[in-house]
Design a protein around this ligand. Structure first.
Ligand code: UD1
Length: 354
């Protein structure tokens, strides 16, 4: 019972941290392959160390290219890898180019594919991730959804066999590291006082960062807030930052580790983001979230104003900031923190029974 897990980007390291442990506990041998899609120390290595992810069996060290070339290079390396290790199944997470590459190679080699975070849709096919999700789900033999919405979506697309709602493995990680994140002194390291009111922002989607008008709208909204906005910047955006003048109340930070990020989250007053994962994490931490996109895959979080879709529009962002939230409307979403165990159990059954 050996499986190959293919991961390559930051959020996948967090997810794999909890699932790998559960697979090991279930007696499943897992060979982790790091594609090298993310390679900077602060985008990769720091996560492996901090979250004690088992050493990768192999790092393909692919790096950055255009989407097609990156996917193709990962595919070529994976085909070779699977030919040698002959995994009983291949496991992938989410919707990155690493996910797509592994899905295509596994299916070409007739190796069953297991998809964690299946059934998610933004219904925006201009997002490369949306294409990656649709293809990966179509090719998967075992599909794990974070909520009932995913199961329903797959049903609409005719995918009904071996589909399981198991909750979200990011919630497992959120719960597991909540204690260390809250007690962490990381903020002081950045000169931020414990009682300071601040916002946490992440902006990395090309539609926001490469489009100067959208980026200017977002920064314009931030400039009108009477508190600081801390923005850990993805390396791809350094170049975009050179094209704008940052308002005085915005401070950029280097990419943060998982615990650092969670620490900022727990101590923030509000979150602005165009990332998928941070929308959920803000909800779990009971923080208001303003999403800088026009659609979300995590529609459940938008109930009762917890997460407001403002798009990259200054006026909408400022309106969203003013919305009240009834704290009593919070209810648990995306599982109970034991998703990884459920996944490991089902994977084992699948490997034994097919
Ligand atoms: C990728 C995923 C996105 C996910 C995100 C998580 C795809 C299509 N997108 O986006 O879904 O939300 O990861 O963070 O797979 N770069 C570095 N150092 C690195 C990695 C990247 O400088 O370690 C720079 C390079 O200029 C590169 C650019 O960032 O070209 C984009 O990296 P890439 O991995 O292609 O996409 P992300 O934007 O990180």
């Amino acid at each position: 019972m050996n499986i190959s897990t293919v991961i390559g980007a930051r959020p996948q390291f967090v997810k794999a941290a909890v699932v790998s442990q559960a697979l090991k506990n279930a007696g499943i041998i897992e060979l982790i392959i790091h594609t090298g899609q993310h390679y900077d120390e602060k985008m990769s290595q720091i996560f492996w160390e901090e979250l004690s992810i088992p050493e990768p069996h192999k790092n393909l060290e692919i790096g950055s290219y255009s989407h097609s070339l990156q996917t193709a290079k990962i595919m070529m390396a994976l085909e070779n890898e699977f030919a040698h290790t002959k995994p009983s199944a291949v496991m992938v997470y989410g919707d990155t180019n690493s996910t797509l590459a592994a899905a295509l190679v596994a299916s070409k080699m007739n190796i069953p594919l297991i998809h964690i975070e299946a059934g998610l849709r933004s219904f925006n096919r201009e997002m490369p991730e949306e294409i990656n999700r649709i293809v990966t789900d179509t090719l998967s033999s075992l599909l794990f959804c974070s909520s009932d919405e995913g199961v329903k979506q797959l049903r609409k697309e005719g995918i009904t066999v071996n589909v399981f709602e198991v909750g979200d493995v990011m919630y497992d990680a959120f719960e597991r590291f909540k204690g260390p994140a809250i007690s962490s002194a990381e903020l002081y390291k950045y000169g931020i006082a414990g009682n300071e009111k601040f916002a946490l922002a992440t902006i990395h989607r090309p539609s926001n960062t490469d489009n100067l008008n959208n980026l200017t709208q977002i920064l314009g909204a931030f400039s009108e807030l009477d508190y600081m906005v801390y923005w850990p910047v993805h390396p791809r955006n350094k170049i975009n930052l050179e094209r704008v003048v940052l308002p005085k109340n915005i401070r950029t930070l280097p990419p943060l580790s998982y615990i650092e990020m969670q620490s900022f989250l727990h101590k923030s007053a509000i979150v602005f983001t165009d990332s998928g994962g941070l929308q959920k994490e803000a909800y779990w931490a009971r923080k208001p979230c303003v999403t800088l996109r026009n659609e979300t895959e995590w529609s459940e979080t938008t109930k009762n104003n917890w997460n407001i879709l403002a798009g990259p529009v200054k006026e909408n962002i400022l309106k969203a900031v003013k919305k009240e939230i009834d704290m009593n409307s919070w209810k648990r979403l995306y599982g109970d923190g034991n998703s990884a165990e459920r996944i490991a159990k089902k994977v084992k059954e699948f490997l034994v029974n097919g």
